[in-house]
Design a binder for this molecule. Structure first.
Ligand code: SF4
Ligand code: SF4
Ligand code: SF4
Length: 694
């Protein structure tokens, strides 16, 4: 038995799925060693070399962010590609597969595994090793070591307890060594351990045995993914001799019960303890007992998991009731014991078998002091460093040390040490968060107040300027309304005028039409007068001609009168009467001649007048034509004016409608602007009250 000191790192058996981690720190809270967790980031990360692989964080994480690492993938690949592999199956198989635990052997064989061994038999040999060790060295205390997590815990964190660790292999170590020594037919085979424990991988590395650590959980997952069930396989026995009560080794107290076969006082001298955090707290205290030279017992039967190996992180027993699990294990134990009791010489028979396989010196195991690695990685802080960390955490007074565990650590000091070692940050401390929130609140309040004051000043300026603008706008609107109203009145008057012009134009048109009619009538009358005057001129000409005839006749008559007078004169007294007549005729002729000339002269004058009337008539006719033309022109112009006036009238109406609409809109704008003004004033008032909020 030789224990060594080295810094060789433990292989990772647990990993963090960062994408699933919500940084809740529950895993730190349950972790028995804390400092393997790095909570300084946005998600947790793990320093595997400080993790003891207890798997408590897997059970605790509600987000599936913690998973175990086993060798299932390489095992299944190798066994399917013809690698010769034998399997050793942990006693916890009963807890996982209940009555089908022997069918599990059938499944493994079908898979291609060459042979299946029962680790329970290795457990029987383990107890034999303990008994031999106790007998030979009579140690004050033996700490059982089937649990690799507890071994890692002692190696890393309590190296002073290494000397109490049983210097014997675990049951798995025993059975593997038995296979290597007593089953030469499997010498070339690799060994796969079917176990409930991710941490077993480390034990295999430490003792140089075991090629694959495959958890029951991975096998179950494989069966489920393949749609397969153990019920489909035959129940096959193990290759090795059957174990007796050591089949209970996976159950808390199983080791003690097996040990009791050799030492009836075992139940009194053994301290049975399991489960996180109890077992770790117990081991923490154990040093104190030992320092006081007062070991509380002679054997510590300890397992990391609460249900023992039955509840290992690589099992599927989370879904089963404890009583069912333990009942299965008890039943198997009774059956195993019954097998040996069938013989009257049962005990000697078992011992005889064990003697065949137990070999002194074959099953010794040494341990490694790994504490140097821990001390290298986790610095023990000085008082000053602790004080500085406390200051960062706002821990000034005693009351500030809440020791509430919200950060995941047992107390504030642990958190401070984690921060000093870069494994956490103040933001994850509850007390820090409260103080920081308070400070932030004060800072926010101050910033808010400053911001409000700034906003108030700016807003006040803006609102005042707005109010000014709105007032100016209101004045402009009022002015616009006045203008619009004036325009309205003017345009209405204009439209009214246009309408009256329109009326006048219409009346004018009637007058023009009448004028036209009258002109035409006048022209016709003139034409008729012209015709009459023409006829009168003709008659005058005739009369003048008649007058000339009369004058000519009167000349001739006068000549005749003179001739008659001459003749009468010649006739003497007889001609005297005639001479008188002739004188009268001549006188008449002369008078007729004079009157005829006067008539002719008058007719001539009349004719001149008629001619002149005729000319006037033609002139008047031409004038009428000109008037008619002008009247028609006036009429056309009138029509154009009437059309234009009509259009203007319509346009005026449209302008009035538009103005009415504009007036309504402007009134609405004015109302809205007034509301805006009132709102601005209200905002101003509110701003004043806002300013008073502190
Ligand atoms: S328990 Fe740990 S691993 Fe899981 S989510 Fe919380 S911090 Fe992440
Ligand atoms: S396996 Fe155990 S020791 Fe490792 S981190 Fe999880 S709780 Fe901590
Ligand atoms: S007060 Fe902060 S540091 Fe202390 S235990 Fe609570 S959370 Fe952790």
């Amino acid at each position: 038995m030789s224990n060594e000191t080295n810094n060789e790192k433990l292989v990772p058996v647990i990993r963090v799925l960062k994408e699933k981690c919500i940084n809740c720190h529950r895993c730190i809270a349950v972790c028995p060693v804390k400092m393997c967790n790095d909570g300084s980031g946005d998600t947790i990360s793990l320093h595997s070399e400080l993790c003891i692989g207890c798997g408590e964080c897997i059970r605790t994480c509600k987000h599936g962010a913690r998973v175990g690492i086993d060798d299932f993938d390489t095992f299944i690949r190798d066994v399917k590609t013809g690698t010769r592999i034998i399997a050793v199956v942990a006693p916890a198989v009963i807890a996982n597969f209940s009555n089908n635990y022997l069918k599990f052997n059938g499944f493994l064989k079908k898979l291609g595994v060459q042979a299946v061994f029962d680790v329970s038999f290795g457990a029987e040999l383990t107890i034999k090793s303990y008994v031999a060790y106790k007998k030979k060295y009579n140690p004050s205390l033996i700490i059982a070591q089937p649990c690799p997590s507890l071994v890692s815990f002692i190696e890393l964190y309590h190296p002073e307890l290494i000397r109490y660790l049983a210097p014997a292999d675990s049951p798995m170590g025993h059975i593997m060594k038995v296979i290597r020594k007593f089953y030469p037919q499997y010498a070339e085979c690799k060994i796969a351990a079917l176990s409930p424990c991710y941490s077993k991988r480390r034990e295999f590395n430490a003792v140089g045995l075991g090629d694959y650590n495959v958890t029951f959980l991975s096998i179950q997952q494989y069966l489920e993914d393949s749609g397969d069930r153990l019920e489909n396989y035959s129940a096959l026995p193990y290759e090795n001799p059957p174990a007796e009560r050591a089949v209970m080794f996976s159950t808390p107290g199983g080791l003690m019960q097996t040990f009791a076969r050799y030492d009836k006082n075992a139940f009194y001298s053994t301290r049975k303890i399991e489960g996180v955090p109890d077992v770790y707290q117990y081991l923490d205290r154990l040093k104190q007992f030992l320092d006081e030279q007062n070991p509380p017992c002679s054997l510590v039967d300890c397992l990391s998991c609460k249900l023992g190996c039955n509840g290992g992180a690589g099992t599927l027993t989370q879904q089963r009731y404890v009583e069912d699990i333990e009942l299965d294990a008890e039943k198997r134990s009774h059956e195993a014991q019954a097998q040996y009791k069938q013989s009257l010489f049962s005990k000697p028979k078992l011992e005889h078998i064990l003697d065949q396989y137990w070999d002194e010196g074959l099953f010794t195991r040494s341990y490694v002091d790994r504490s140097a690695l821990f001390h290298t990685m986790i610095k023990k802080p000085s008082e000053e460093e602790l004080e500085a960390a406390y200051k960062k955490l706002y821990k000034i007074n005693e009351d500030d040390f809440l020791n509430c565990g919200a950060c995941g650590y047992t107390n504030c000091e642990q958190m401070a040490i984690a921060i000093i070692n870069g494994l956490n940050k103040p933001e994850h401390c509850w007390h820090y968060t409260i103080v920081q929130n308070k400070l932030n609140e004060e800072r926010y309040q101050y910033e808010l107040k400053t911001a409000i004051e700034k906003i108030y000043a700016l807003t006040l300026q803006e609102i005042n300027s707005n109010i000014k603008g709105i007032n100016a706008l209101l004045s402009l609107i009022t002015e616009a309304v006045t203008h619009i109203k004036k325009s309205f009145v003017i345009i209405e008057a204009m439209v009214h005028k246009i309408r009256s012009i329109n009326e006048n134009v219409k009346r004018n048109a009637q007058t023009v039409i009448q004028l036209n009619t009258s002109s035409l009538e006048g022209k016709n009358q003139i034409l008729k007068i012209g015709e009459l005057v023409g006829k009168m001129a003709e008659q005058s000409t005739i009369l003048i001609h008649i007058s000339k005839i009369i004058e000519s006749v009167s000349q001739e008559t006068k000549v005749l009168g003179m001739n008659a007078s001459i003749e009468a004169a010649h006739a003497g007294e007889i001609g005297k009467g005639f001479a008188v007549v002739a004188g009268e005729i001549r006188h008449l002729a002369e008078t007729a001649g004079i009157q005829s000339r006067e008539i002719e002269h008058s007719l001539g004058n009349i004719k001149s007048l008629i001619d002149s009337s005729l000319e006037s008539s033609v002139y008047a006719q031409n004038q009428f034509d000109a008037i008619i033309t002008l009247v028609n022109a006036v009429k056309n112009e009138d029509q154009i004016i009437a059309d234009a006036v009509e259009i203007e009238s319509n346009n005026g109406k449209q302008v009035i409608d538009a103005l009415t609409l504009i007036n309504q809109l402007i009134t609405t704008i004015k109302n809205e602007t007034t509301l805006l003004l009132n709102s601005s004033k209200t905002v101003l008032d509110n701003m004043s009250s806002l300013k008073d909020i502190h």
